[in-house]
Design a protein. Sequence first.
Length: 198
Amino acid sequence: MRDEDDRGSWRGGLSSGENSVKVVGVSCDNGHNFSKPARGSIRLIAGLGVEGDAHLGVKVQHLSRVLRDPDSPNLRQVHLIHAELHDELRGKGFKVEPGDMGENITTLGIDLLGLPVNARLHLGASAIVEVKGLRNPCAQLDGLQQGFMAATLDRDAHGNLIRKAGIMGIVIAGGEVKPGDPITVKLPDGPLAKLEPV
C-alpha cells in the first residue's frame, strides 16, 4: 500500500511496511471524561463524529471551547493518535494504552502529524475522516501522570513547537471502525497546508 498521491513537499507518509498501516485501537465515552475506554468497534456518523461519544455533534462539544464559542463548527469530531507516540512515551517510563489520552482511534504505521489539512483517511470498509488540525496538548494530561504534557511536546531544529498529541478530524463518510482495519490516505487537491492546532 502506498499514499494515493506523493506530492513534492508533503513530509507525511507511511512510517512502516504496507501490512502494518492499520487501526490498533478504538475508544469512545459518552461522558466528558479525559480517557476513553477501549471498545471492540466504534461507528462513525457522517457530519457528527463517533456514535455514543461525548464529542458527537455538528457544533463544538469540547467543554472549554463551548464556553468560548458554542456556535463554532465541530472540527474535533474524531481524535486520532499514532501508536508510535505510545511507544515513545512508554520508553520514557509512562504507562499508556489506546484511549488513555482521549483518542477515539489509535493508528499504526502512518505519520499522522505530517498529514496536510483536508487529507482523508479511509478506515475499514467505508469510513472516511477528513483531517482538520492538531490536538493541542493540555494540562489535563498531567492528571493522568505527572510530566505527561511535557512529554507530548518537543522542539524542532529551528526551535518551533511540535505538538505530538494527535490530530483532529471530521467524519465525511460513516461506518464501523475496529482494530485491524486498514488505513489509506487521500491527499487533497491543490496546495498542501501544514496542520495547526484546532
